[in-house]
Design a protein around this ligand. Sequence first.
Ligand code: MRU
Length: 341
Amino acid sequence: MSTFRSIAWEGGRLVLLDQRRIPEEKTFLELETPGEVAEAIRTMAVRGAPAIGAAAAFGVVLAARRGEDLEAADARLRASRPTAVNLFWALDRMKRVWAGFAGGREELVGALEAEALKIAEEDVAANKAIGRNALPLIPDEAKILHHCNTGSLATVDYGTALGIIRIAHEAGKKVHAFLDETRPRLQGARLSAWELRELGIPHTVIADGASGHVMQKFGIDLVVVGADRIARNGDTANKIGTYNLALAARYHGVPFYVAAPTSTIDLETAAGAEIPIEERSPEELTHCGPVRVVPEGSPVYNPAFDVTPAELITAIVTEAGLAYPPFEESLPALVRKAKEE
Ligand code: MRU
Protein backbone atom coordinates (compact mmCIF):
# COMPACT_ATOMS: atom_id res chain seq x y z
CA MET A 1 0.00 0.00 0.00
CA SER A 2 1.43 3.42 -0.97
CA THR A 3 1.62 6.24 1.59
CA PHE A 4 -1.80 7.60 0.79
CA ARG A 5 -3.90 5.04 -0.92
CA SER A 6 -7.07 5.13 1.17
CA ILE A 7 -8.44 1.84 -0.13
CA ALA A 8 -6.80 -1.48 -1.01
CA TRP A 9 -8.18 -4.90 -1.84
CA GLU A 10 -5.85 -7.45 -0.28
CA GLY A 11 -6.40 -11.20 0.05
CA GLY A 12 -10.16 -10.89 -0.22
CA ARG A 13 -10.39 -8.18 2.41
CA LEU A 14 -10.98 -4.45 2.13
CA VAL A 15 -8.12 -2.56 3.78
CA LEU A 16 -8.92 1.04 4.71
CA LEU A 17 -6.70 3.72 6.17
CA ASP A 18 -8.72 4.78 9.24
CA GLN A 19 -9.27 8.51 8.59
CA ARG A 20 -10.65 9.13 12.09
CA ARG A 21 -7.15 8.58 13.53
CA ILE A 22 -5.10 10.84 11.26
CA PRO A 23 -2.83 12.70 11.99
CA GLU A 24 -2.23 11.05 15.39
CA GLU A 25 -1.97 7.51 14.02
CA LYS A 26 -1.78 5.71 10.73
CA THR A 27 -3.85 2.58 11.33
CA PHE A 28 -5.58 0.28 8.91
CA LEU A 29 -8.94 -1.47 9.16
CA GLU A 30 -9.34 -4.89 7.59
CA LEU A 31 -12.98 -5.41 6.67
CA GLU A 32 -14.58 -8.73 5.82
CA THR A 33 -18.33 -8.05 5.71
CA PRO A 34 -20.60 -5.56 3.91
CA GLY A 35 -21.96 -4.53 7.32
CA GLU A 36 -18.46 -3.52 8.42
CA VAL A 37 -18.03 -1.50 5.24
CA ALA A 38 -21.39 0.29 5.75
CA GLU A 39 -20.35 1.08 9.32
CA ALA A 40 -16.94 2.39 8.20
CA ILE A 41 -18.72 4.73 5.76
CA ARG A 42 -21.31 5.86 8.34
CA THR A 43 -18.69 6.61 10.99
CA MET A 44 -16.36 8.24 8.43
CA ALA A 45 -13.44 5.85 8.85
CA VAL A 46 -13.59 6.19 5.06
CA ARG A 47 -15.01 9.41 3.64
CA GLY A 48 -14.95 11.60 0.57
CA ALA A 49 -17.38 10.94 -2.28
CA PRO A 50 -15.21 8.80 -4.61
CA ALA A 51 -13.68 6.84 -1.70
CA ILE A 52 -17.03 5.82 -0.26
CA GLY A 53 -18.24 4.78 -3.72
CA ALA A 54 -15.25 2.49 -4.20
CA ALA A 55 -15.48 1.14 -0.64
CA ALA A 56 -19.16 0.29 -1.12
CA ALA A 57 -18.34 -1.54 -4.37
CA PHE A 58 -15.94 -3.79 -2.43
CA GLY A 59 -18.65 -4.20 0.22
CA VAL A 60 -20.76 -5.92 -2.45
CA VAL A 61 -17.82 -8.19 -3.35
CA LEU A 62 -17.48 -9.16 0.32
CA ALA A 63 -21.19 -10.01 0.47
CA ALA A 64 -20.89 -12.23 -2.62
CA ARG A 65 -17.81 -14.00 -1.24
CA ARG A 66 -19.72 -14.82 1.93
CA GLY A 67 -22.79 -16.00 0.00
CA GLU A 68 -24.90 -13.25 1.58
CA ASP A 69 -28.08 -11.81 0.10
CA LEU A 70 -26.85 -9.12 -2.31
CA GLU A 71 -30.10 -7.20 -2.26
CA ALA A 72 -29.77 -6.78 1.52
CA ALA A 73 -26.08 -5.83 1.34
CA ASP A 74 -26.83 -3.30 -1.38
CA ALA A 75 -29.64 -1.75 0.70
CA ARG A 76 -27.46 -1.56 3.79
CA LEU A 77 -24.61 0.12 1.92
CA ARG A 78 -27.02 2.60 0.27
CA ALA A 79 -28.32 3.61 3.70
CA SER A 80 -24.83 4.49 5.04
CA ARG A 81 -24.71 8.15 3.87
CA PRO A 82 -27.19 10.08 1.71
CA THR A 83 -25.47 12.99 -0.08
CA ALA A 84 -22.52 11.78 -2.17
CA VAL A 85 -23.95 10.40 -5.40
CA ASN A 86 -20.77 8.40 -6.06
CA LEU A 87 -22.00 5.88 -3.46
CA PHE A 88 -25.19 5.18 -5.46
CA TRP A 89 -23.37 5.40 -8.77
CA ALA A 90 -20.89 2.69 -7.69
CA LEU A 91 -23.62 0.47 -6.21
CA ASP A 92 -25.66 0.84 -9.43
CA ARG A 93 -22.63 -0.32 -11.41
CA MET A 94 -22.22 -3.32 -9.12
CA LYS A 95 -25.94 -4.12 -9.38
CA ARG A 96 -25.74 -4.19 -13.16
CA VAL A 97 -23.24 -7.04 -12.71
CA TRP A 98 -25.11 -9.09 -10.12
CA ALA A 99 -28.78 -8.55 -11.02
CA GLY A 100 -29.80 -11.46 -13.20
CA PHE A 101 -26.25 -12.95 -13.30
CA ALA A 102 -26.47 -16.30 -15.07
CA GLY A 103 -23.26 -18.09 -13.93
CA GLY A 104 -22.31 -19.80 -10.66
CA ARG A 105 -21.22 -18.17 -7.39
CA GLU A 106 -17.50 -18.29 -8.11
CA GLU A 107 -17.93 -16.60 -11.48
CA LEU A 108 -20.14 -13.98 -9.88
CA VAL A 109 -17.53 -13.21 -7.22
CA GLY A 110 -14.91 -12.89 -9.98
CA ALA A 111 -17.10 -10.58 -12.05
CA LEU A 112 -17.92 -8.37 -9.04
CA GLU A 113 -14.30 -8.22 -7.95
CA ALA A 114 -13.27 -7.17 -11.47
CA GLU A 115 -15.91 -4.41 -11.53
CA ALA A 116 -14.92 -3.05 -8.08
CA LEU A 117 -11.24 -2.99 -9.08
CA LYS A 118 -12.21 -1.21 -12.31
CA ILE A 119 -14.15 1.44 -10.33
CA ALA A 120 -11.09 1.98 -8.12
CA GLU A 121 -8.59 2.19 -10.98
CA GLU A 122 -10.84 4.45 -13.06
CA ASP A 123 -11.03 6.83 -10.10
CA VAL A 124 -7.25 7.17 -9.89
CA ALA A 125 -7.02 7.80 -13.65
CA ALA A 126 -9.88 10.35 -13.50
CA ASN A 127 -8.17 12.26 -10.70
CA LYS A 128 -4.91 12.53 -12.63
CA ALA A 129 -6.84 13.74 -15.70
CA ILE A 130 -8.67 16.35 -13.56
CA GLY A 131 -5.29 17.65 -12.40
CA ARG A 132 -3.96 17.84 -15.95
CA ASN A 133 -7.11 19.57 -17.22
CA ALA A 134 -6.88 22.19 -14.46
CA LEU A 135 -3.22 23.03 -14.98
CA PRO A 136 -3.85 25.96 -17.38
CA LEU A 137 -6.11 27.56 -14.72
CA ILE A 138 -3.32 27.79 -12.15
CA PRO A 139 -1.01 30.82 -12.39
CA ASP A 140 2.60 30.59 -11.24
CA GLU A 141 2.95 31.27 -7.52
CA ALA A 142 -0.83 30.92 -7.11
CA LYS A 143 -2.38 31.30 -3.68
CA ILE A 144 -5.14 28.70 -3.64
CA LEU A 145 -7.91 28.34 -1.08
CA HIS A 146 -9.25 24.84 -0.44
CA HIS A 147 -12.06 23.47 1.73
CA CYS A 148 -12.43 20.05 3.42
CA ASN A 149 -10.28 17.15 2.20
CA THR A 150 -10.36 16.08 -1.43
CA GLY A 151 -6.97 14.38 -1.64
CA SER A 152 -5.84 10.77 -1.82
CA LEU A 153 -7.74 10.07 1.37
CA ALA A 154 -11.05 11.23 -0.09
CA THR A 155 -10.61 9.29 -3.32
CA VAL A 156 -8.96 5.98 -4.15
CA ASP A 157 -5.70 7.85 -4.72
CA TYR A 158 -4.36 11.22 -5.84
CA GLY A 159 -7.41 13.40 -5.20
CA THR A 160 -9.57 15.90 -7.09
CA ALA A 161 -9.24 19.52 -5.87
CA LEU A 162 -6.22 18.71 -3.73
CA GLY A 163 -4.91 16.65 -6.68
CA ILE A 164 -4.97 19.87 -8.75
CA ILE A 165 -2.81 21.58 -6.12
CA ARG A 166 -0.50 18.56 -6.14
CA ILE A 167 -0.14 18.47 -9.91
CA ALA A 168 0.50 22.24 -10.05
CA HIS A 169 3.21 21.80 -7.40
CA GLU A 170 4.72 18.89 -9.32
CA ALA A 171 4.70 21.06 -12.46
CA GLY A 172 6.90 23.57 -10.61
CA LYS A 173 4.27 26.30 -10.18
CA LYS A 174 5.31 27.23 -6.60
CA VAL A 175 1.73 27.19 -5.32
CA HIS A 176 0.69 27.91 -1.74
CA ALA A 177 -2.48 26.31 -0.37
CA PHE A 178 -4.63 27.92 2.32
CA LEU A 179 -6.59 25.12 3.97
CA ASP A 180 -9.91 25.79 5.69
CA GLU A 181 -9.86 23.75 8.89
CA THR A 182 -13.44 22.60 8.01
CA ARG A 183 -15.47 22.42 11.17
CA PRO A 184 -16.80 20.32 12.71
CA ARG A 185 -14.87 17.21 11.57
CA LEU A 186 -11.68 19.13 10.70
CA GLN A 187 -11.01 17.37 7.40
CA GLY A 188 -8.91 20.37 6.29
CA ALA A 189 -6.86 20.73 9.46
CA ARG A 190 -6.36 17.01 10.08
CA LEU A 191 -6.38 15.39 6.65
CA SER A 192 -5.51 17.95 3.96
CA ALA A 193 -2.70 19.42 6.06
CA TRP A 194 -1.38 15.88 6.69
CA GLU A 195 -1.41 15.05 2.98
CA LEU A 196 0.28 18.30 1.92
CA ARG A 197 2.89 17.94 4.64
CA GLU A 198 3.72 14.42 3.51
CA LEU A 199 4.01 15.71 -0.08
CA GLY A 200 6.08 18.75 0.88
CA ILE A 201 3.58 21.22 -0.58
CA PRO A 202 3.56 24.68 1.07
CA HIS A 203 0.33 25.32 2.97
CA THR A 204 -1.26 27.25 5.84
CA VAL A 205 -4.25 26.07 7.88
CA ILE A 206 -6.87 28.74 8.60
CA ALA A 207 -10.12 28.80 10.59
CA ASP A 208 -13.16 28.56 8.31
CA GLY A 209 -14.23 32.05 9.33
CA ALA A 210 -10.88 33.48 8.21
CA SER A 211 -11.34 32.86 4.48
CA GLY A 212 -12.83 36.32 3.69
CA HIS A 213 -10.05 37.98 5.63
CA VAL A 214 -7.41 35.90 3.85
CA MET A 215 -8.83 36.89 0.44
CA GLN A 216 -8.76 40.54 1.48
CA LYS A 217 -5.28 40.42 3.00
CA PHE A 218 -3.30 38.02 0.79
CA GLY A 219 -5.12 38.18 -2.55
CA ILE A 220 -6.21 34.60 -3.19
CA ASP A 221 -5.91 33.69 -6.90
CA LEU A 222 -8.48 30.92 -6.96
CA VAL A 223 -10.65 28.69 -4.80
CA VAL A 224 -10.86 25.01 -5.64
CA VAL A 225 -13.18 22.57 -3.88
CA GLY A 226 -14.52 19.07 -4.45
CA ALA A 227 -18.14 17.94 -4.72
CA ASP A 228 -20.45 15.30 -3.34
CA ARG A 229 -23.18 15.75 -5.93
CA ILE A 230 -23.51 18.12 -8.87
CA ALA A 231 -27.07 18.67 -10.11
CA ARG A 232 -27.88 19.00 -13.82
CA ASN A 233 -27.99 22.81 -13.54
CA GLY A 234 -24.53 22.93 -11.87
CA ASP A 235 -25.72 23.50 -8.28
CA THR A 236 -23.12 21.68 -6.20
CA ALA A 237 -23.40 19.95 -2.82
CA ASN A 238 -20.13 19.87 -0.93
CA LYS A 239 -18.86 20.06 2.65
CA ILE A 240 -20.68 22.55 4.87
CA GLY A 241 -19.07 25.96 4.53
CA THR A 242 -18.45 25.70 0.77
CA TYR A 243 -21.37 28.03 0.01
CA ASN A 244 -20.01 30.73 2.37
CA LEU A 245 -16.63 30.39 0.67
CA ALA A 246 -18.23 30.82 -2.77
CA LEU A 247 -20.02 33.97 -1.57
CA ALA A 248 -16.76 35.45 -0.25
CA ALA A 249 -15.00 34.52 -3.51
CA ARG A 250 -17.68 36.26 -5.60
CA TYR A 251 -17.38 39.46 -3.52
CA HIS A 252 -13.59 39.46 -3.98
CA GLY A 253 -13.72 38.53 -7.69
CA VAL A 254 -11.85 35.26 -7.04
CA PRO A 255 -12.53 32.40 -9.52
CA PHE A 256 -14.35 29.52 -7.82
CA TYR A 257 -13.67 26.07 -9.31
CA VAL A 258 -15.31 22.75 -8.49
CA ALA A 259 -13.24 19.64 -9.26
CA ALA A 260 -14.94 16.25 -9.51
CA PRO A 261 -15.07 13.11 -11.63
CA THR A 262 -18.12 12.82 -13.91
CA SER A 263 -19.36 10.09 -11.52
CA THR A 264 -20.26 12.99 -9.15
CA ILE A 265 -22.56 14.58 -11.75
CA ASP A 266 -26.16 13.54 -11.16
CA LEU A 267 -28.10 14.39 -14.30
CA GLU A 268 -31.27 12.94 -12.76
CA THR A 269 -31.26 15.69 -10.13
CA ALA A 270 -32.41 18.90 -11.82
CA ALA A 271 -31.29 21.40 -9.17
CA GLY A 272 -29.55 21.64 -5.79
CA ALA A 273 -32.79 21.90 -3.78
CA GLU A 274 -33.43 18.21 -4.62
CA ILE A 275 -30.11 16.98 -3.20
CA PRO A 276 -30.53 15.17 0.14
CA ILE A 277 -28.38 16.89 2.75
CA GLU A 278 -27.05 14.68 5.53
CA GLU A 279 -27.49 15.86 9.11
CA ARG A 280 -24.98 14.36 11.51
CA SER A 281 -24.92 13.89 15.25
CA PRO A 282 -25.18 17.06 17.41
CA GLU A 283 -22.13 15.77 19.32
CA GLU A 284 -19.91 16.80 16.41
CA LEU A 285 -20.75 20.39 17.42
CA THR A 286 -21.37 20.15 21.14
CA HIS A 287 -18.01 18.52 21.81
CA CYS A 288 -14.37 19.15 20.88
CA GLY A 289 -12.91 15.68 21.41
CA PRO A 290 -14.16 14.58 24.81
CA VAL A 291 -14.76 18.18 26.02
CA ARG A 292 -18.27 19.68 25.90
CA VAL A 293 -18.10 23.20 24.43
CA VAL A 294 -21.83 23.97 23.99
CA PRO A 295 -23.95 24.40 27.12
CA GLU A 296 -26.09 21.40 28.01
CA GLY A 297 -29.60 22.01 26.62
CA SER A 298 -28.63 24.44 23.80
CA PRO A 299 -30.10 23.14 20.54
CA VAL A 300 -27.69 22.60 17.62
CA TYR A 301 -28.16 22.03 13.89
CA ASN A 302 -25.42 20.07 12.13
CA PRO A 303 -25.82 19.76 8.33
CA ALA A 304 -22.78 18.01 6.85
CA PHE A 305 -23.15 19.62 3.40
CA ASP A 306 -24.49 22.73 1.72
CA VAL A 307 -25.39 23.60 -1.86
CA THR A 308 -23.46 26.24 -3.78
CA PRO A 309 -25.69 27.76 -6.47
CA ALA A 310 -24.35 27.28 -10.00
CA GLU A 311 -24.16 31.03 -10.58
CA LEU A 312 -21.31 31.25 -8.04
CA ILE A 313 -19.25 28.59 -9.84
CA THR A 314 -16.74 29.70 -12.48
CA ALA A 315 -16.18 26.23 -13.96
CA ILE A 316 -16.40 22.54 -13.09
CA VAL A 317 -13.25 20.54 -13.82
CA THR A 318 -13.74 16.86 -14.68
CA GLU A 319 -11.62 14.10 -16.20
CA ALA A 320 -13.41 14.69 -19.52
CA GLY A 321 -12.66 18.42 -19.57
CA LEU A 322 -14.05 21.68 -18.17
CA ALA A 323 -17.72 22.63 -17.95
CA TYR A 324 -18.61 26.34 -18.10
CA PRO A 325 -22.06 27.93 -17.73
CA PRO A 326 -24.68 27.27 -18.94
CA PHE A 327 -24.12 24.00 -17.05
CA GLU A 328 -27.46 22.52 -18.26
CA GLU A 329 -25.71 22.24 -21.63
CA SER A 330 -22.07 21.67 -20.72
CA LEU A 331 -22.55 18.98 -18.02
CA PRO A 332 -24.61 16.48 -20.09
CA ALA A 333 -22.09 16.93 -22.93
CA LEU A 334 -19.17 16.11 -20.59
CA VAL A 335 -20.95 13.06 -19.16
CA ARG A 336 -21.56 11.80 -22.72
CA LYS A 337 -17.90 12.42 -23.60
CA ALA A 338 -16.67 10.57 -20.49
CA LYS A 339 -18.82 7.54 -21.43
CA GLU A 340 -17.34 7.46 -24.93
CA GLU A 341 -13.71 7.66 -23.74
O1 MRU B 1 -18.18 14.37 4.98
P1 MRU B 1 -17.02 14.10 4.05
O2 MRU B 1 -15.70 14.29 4.70
O3 MRU B 1 -17.17 12.76 3.38
O4 MRU B 1 -17.16 15.22 2.93
C1 MRU B 1 -16.23 15.24 1.89
C2 MRU B 1 -16.40 16.38 0.96
O5 MRU B 1 -17.29 17.19 1.08
C3 MRU B 1 -15.48 16.41 -0.24
O6 MRU B 1 -15.24 17.72 -0.64
C4 MRU B 1 -16.13 15.63 -1.41
O7 MRU B 1 -16.59 14.39 -0.99
C5 MRU B 1 -15.18 15.46 -2.54
S1 MRU B 1 -13.84 14.37 -2.15
C6 MRU B 1 -12.92 14.19 -3.55
